[in-house]
Design a binder for this molecule. Structure first.
Ligand SMILES: *Cc1c(COP(=O)(O)O)cnc(C)c1O
Length: 381
């Protein structure tokens, strides 16, 4: 535990608490959690599922057969990908759980795990908890926040057990082309590395963009595992439901570890997730993406008016932009909380290469977003 990196939100939390205690109206743009409710038809399906007594018992360790079949069917409809629901799908209590357990199941002392920087912190922290070694892959703006896979030394690749990717990307909002994903699959096949793709934002795209699954890439199924989460696209973060799909040996290892630690997601929640996939999911995505796109356009326009060089992200509900006036990300976050009563996330919280950047989450109603950006503009003068 002592070897884990310091929690960088702590100081920010302290400042927010102090400002709130002074009666200040803080607008929090740091929250990567949808502000809208779960769609009513999913909630109704949950209510029906709660009334079925067989759902009150222990769930299946790996997700019910029906849920795994529904996931396989969804991958066929959504991505044109065929997977075996028994060997290549496992239900998860949220993808965070699966990501953490897969690292623990797959990597150990002496192994290298290739981890993007900046990134969702779990890939790094659990690699450290598993006593394996993190090899950071910098994400830079001049490479559209895609790692330079050709720059990884052969000695590192020889010891690497896992490559983590996450597109559409948190925190940068970047997307990955099929060409890039193909390059990653080929690298992992050549070096016998498990390609782990966190697809938490797969359904979030703007201006007509739709993200691919890594499993669409030829021969990916043998080396790649993908984490598909209901949390962000269906406003279901609190429900804890997701699935891992892909390479059978990785699914088996994850399932074996999980069956020793937990009992699978609540069956009623699995039934609600099945309803989410069955009853016109595209309509839900369209509604949510239209909402986030409107908010994105407000934020990007106002940041540009302040002089920030920012391109509208094609996906996710994040806007990633450089700090003002050469401030560090922690200094800039503290500045905006104190001078504008607005919380923006310091990029450093996602890794060394997040330094010099800030993240705004589009999970706040448009009038509040406008107010927040106007306050930031006034604070900057
Ligand atoms: C939100 C998020 C997750 C967590 O998803 P859950 O399914 O709710 O556990 C995973 N990865 C990334 C990159 C995220 O931003």
């Amino acid at each position: 535990m002592a070897g884990l990196p310091p929690y960088l939100f702590l100081e920010l939390d302290r400042i927010v608490e102090r400002e709130r205690a002074r009666g200040k109206d803080i607008i929090n743009l740091g929250i990567g959690d949808p502000d809208q409710p779960t769609p009513a038809h999913i909630v109704e399906a949950m209510k029906r599922a709660l009334d079925r007594a067989q759902n009150h018992r222990y769930p299946d360790y790996l997700g019910s057969r029906a849920f795994r079949a529904a996931m396989a069917d969804w991958y066929r409809r959504r991505f044109g990908v065929t997977v075996d629901p028994n060997e290549e799908v496992v239900g998860l209590i949220g993808s965070k759980e699966g990501i953490a357990h897969l690292i623990w199941a797959w990597a150990g002392p002496g192994d290298i795990v290739l981890v993007p920087d900046p990134a969702y912190p779990v890939y790094q922290t659990v690699t450290l908890l598993a006593d394996a070694t993190v090899y950071p892959l910098p994400l830079r703006p001049d490479r559209q926040f895609l790692p330079d896979l050709e720059a990884i030394p052969e000695a590192v690749l020889a010891k690497a057990k896992m490559l983590w990717l996450n597109y559409p990307n948190n925190p940068t909002g970047a997307i990955a082309s099929r060409e890039f994903l193909t390059q990653a699959v080929e690298l992992c096949r050549r070096w016998d590395i498990l390609l782990c793709h966190d697809a938490a934002y797969a359904e979030m795209g703007f201006d007509g963009y739709r993200a691919p699954s890594v499993l669409e890439i030829p021969k990916a199924r043998e080396v790649a595992i993908e984490f598909y989460s209901f949390s962000k696209p269906f406003n279901m973060t609190g429900w804890r439901i997701a699935a891992a799909v892909g390479a059978a040996p990785a699914i088996a290892a994850l399932g074996q570890l999980k069956s020793n630690l937990d009992s699978g997601p609540f069956t009623a929640v699995q039934e609600a997730a099945m309803a989410a996939l069955a009853e016109d999911p595209e309509a839900v995505f369209q509604t949510m993406n239209a909402l986030y796109q409107t908010r994105r356009d407000v934020v990007v326009a106002k940041l540009r008016a302040m002089g920030f060089p920012v391109e509208p992200p094609r996906a996710t509900f994040y806007v990633w932009f450089p700090t003002p006036r050469g401030m560090t990300s922690a200094e800039a976050s503290a500045f905006f909380v104190e001078q504008a009563q607005v919380v923006v996330t310091p990029g450093r919280a996602y890794g060394e290469h997040g330094e010099g950047w800030l993240r705004i989450a589009l999970t706040v109603e448009k009038p509040r977003l406008e107010e927040a950006l106007d306050r930031m503009a006034r604070a900057l003068g």
